[in-house]
Design a protein around this ligand. Sequence first.
Ligand SMILES: [Fe+2]
Ligand SMILES: [Fe+2]
Length: 387
Amino acid sequence: MKKSILFVDDSRQVLDALARMLQTKRDIWSMTFVDDPLEAWEILQSTSFDAVTLDVNMPVLRGLELLERIKKTEIGRDVPVVMLTGLGDRHLKRQALDLGAADLLNKPVEAEDLIARLQNVLRLKEYEDLLKHENSWLERKIQERTVELYRSRQEVVWRLGKAAEHRDNDTGNHVIRVGCMCRVIAEALDLDSEFVETLFAAAPLHDIGKIGIPDAILMKQGPLSEAERQIMMRHCRIGERILTENAAALRLFDGDGAVPEIRSAVSSRNPLIDMAARIALTHHEKWDGTGYPQSLSGDAIPIEARITAIADVFDALMSVRPYKVAFDERRSLAIVSDSVGTHFDPLVYEAFLKALPRVRRIREQLRDCPRYSPHEDHCDAPDPVCR
Ligand SMILES: [Fe+2]
Ligand SMILES: [Fe+2]
């Protein structure tokens, strides 16, 4: 493809002379000659050139001013500009370079000099274009990989969360819905977007500790005995341990002289896992301090856990469990609202109500598989909603 070059000089004779000098380049260069700087400025705002040659001394619009304008446009910022100056214009030359001129040529111009300079700036421009192209390709690739990585990370989290609840709810999307609901509630609370995204990713692991609870208790239909309830309550600490316990692994790496990259990957903090650990430990705490395992109350319960608690309970109320049927929305909302100020943070409840239309959409789009056969409509377990 021909390289395009624009020549701007208020003297027609100079332009004609330049055209004659460059006659031999007509096959490879597409050359435009303009003797009106204002017309040149019009053209330059809509047409992209591979190089521009400007006379410094022009009436109406001086060469330096035109150069400055070109460099401020998106289309002309990276176009090399060669300035034609008089021999004695030292100050002007410095100014031209400061304004971004690629090269300077003294008038009268010799054909060889002009061709050599233009060839140089064109080659430079070609390399720069190539580099820009490569960079944007690389950026696109990085973006694609980042999205892929984000998706696979989220998929692993969801599958891990689902694995944890597989024994007592093998058909449901509960953990995925809880993550989505936490996101819309957190947005209604105006929490910052990074926090919201971390919560969305971490909340599905809230019951990961159920992996450590025996079948007989986890899958028991009907109420748990006090002893069974004590065992069930352990899932919070088990979950936290699963998500924080890497000290032993680190010692093992140190002792075995493991690959340093692995060691640093294990030791570096991970905001998602950190938050998931806090949620696993505190998602059964209650606003009035009657929850478990630490009887935390009010703001001492991390906000991520207060949000997860309401999403988790509401979704569990609306879903089938081994120990309960699915309640309708009116009944579920009434139970949640009765627990505001005791179980739930009133501000989080307000945000939950604000987000309710989106919460409904989440339930609609992520419905459970209807394979489950509902139980009798009764539930007299001490904490029937979400153990
Ligand atoms: Fe739980
Ligand atoms: Fe849950």
